[in-house]
Write a protein that binds this ligand. Structure first.
Ligand SMILES: O=C(O)c1cc(=O)[nH]c(=O)n1[C@@H]1O[C@H](COP(=O)(O)O)[C@@H](O)[C@H]1O
Length: 274
């Protein structure tokens, strides 16, 4: 099953648009895992087991692993996801962008080494820097469009022939780059007006929407702006707010993560009906 179909099936199966981000900041791990050699993998697996029935996707952020030389643990987590939860989309967040020959190696890393269903990429270097990923026709290519950070406006709001650059990117991907129907776009939940603009431009194309939770994006505004006519169309990511949910009395970190993931999924679902 290709990425887009797998995502659609997961939206329905788990009645969820929630993407659980795996950003395992070592300093914030429970003490007994922080000092264990396989502590990151154990932490992420516990989070995955606690939230898999509530999510449409998991999104490991590669920097949290690569910075520590913990790629083996990322491999282990990805293998665990593929074996135990093959119905949930696995998105490798790497935001790659480079010339074609190098991009091909990044694509091998994402799709062959980690077995990801999709990878995030940066469009700044143009189509030939994104095309190598498309040789894996069953995988997703998720292109940065309107990012959630304040500084995203520095470039993404520049006027390009009468429209902001982010809208140009949305049109380019929807009308030209999406040759195999495998593309999606990143649009931050912190900018609902721009999210609505992108939805108008790209039709049913899936959107990866980070920025709720720790970055403070409003769930109601996000869902109303980004939903498709069918009340889906988004992978709404939350990482730190779920991973590092403060446990209630007697609760462990995984149970706390489950509680917050459930609250988030339910809050999203409240506004999905068109
Ligand atoms: O591509 C992304 O996932 C991404 C794009 C963007 O515009 N903003 C953004 O925050 N992200 C990622 O989404 C996650 C957000 O994490 P939290 O703010 O903890 O929910 C991080 O892994 C970011 O790297």
């Amino acid at each position: 099953m290709n990425f887009i179909d797998k995502l659609g099936a997961a939206w329905t199966r788990n009645d969820s648009l929630l993407c659980v981000g795996l950003d395992p900041d070592l300093a914030r791990l429970p003490a007994h895992l922080r000092d264990a050699p396989d502590g990151i993998a154990r932490f992420c697996k516990a989070i995955i087991d606690a939230t898999a029935d509530l999510a449409c996707a998991f999104k490991p952020q590669i920097a949290y692993f690569a910075a520590l030389g913990a790629e083996q643990q990322l491999e282990e987590i990805c293998a665990y996801l593929r074996e135990r939860y093959p119905e949930i989309a696995l998105i490798l967040d790497a935001k790659r962008g480079d010339i074609g020959a190098t991009a091909h190696q990044y694509a091998r890393e994402a799709f062959d080494r980690y077995g990801a269903d999709a990878v995030t990429v940066n469009p700044y270097m143009g189509f030939d820097s994104v095309e190598p990923y498309m040789q894996w026709k069953d995988r997703g290519v998720i292109v940065l469009c309107r990012t959630s950070n304040a500084g995203g406006s520095d470039l993404q709001f520049l006027d390009v022939g009468g429209q902001p650059l982010y809208q140009h990117v949305a049109r380019l991907v929807a009308e030209k780059w999406n040759v195999n129907g495998q593309c999606a776009l990143v649009v931050g939940a912190t900018f609902p007006e721009e999210l609505a603009q992108v939805r108008r431009i790209v039709g049913e194309m899936p959107l990866l929407v980070p920025g709720i939770g720790a970055q403070g994006g409003d769930i109601e505004a996000t869902v109303r702006a980004g939903r498709t006519a069918g009340g889906a169309g988004m992978m709404i990511n939350s990482s730190r707010a779920i991973l590092f949910a403060t446990p209630e009395e007697g609760e462990d970190f995984a149970a706390a993560a489950r509680r917050v993931a459930m609250e988030t999924r339910d809050a999203i679902n409240r506004y999905r009906a068109v």
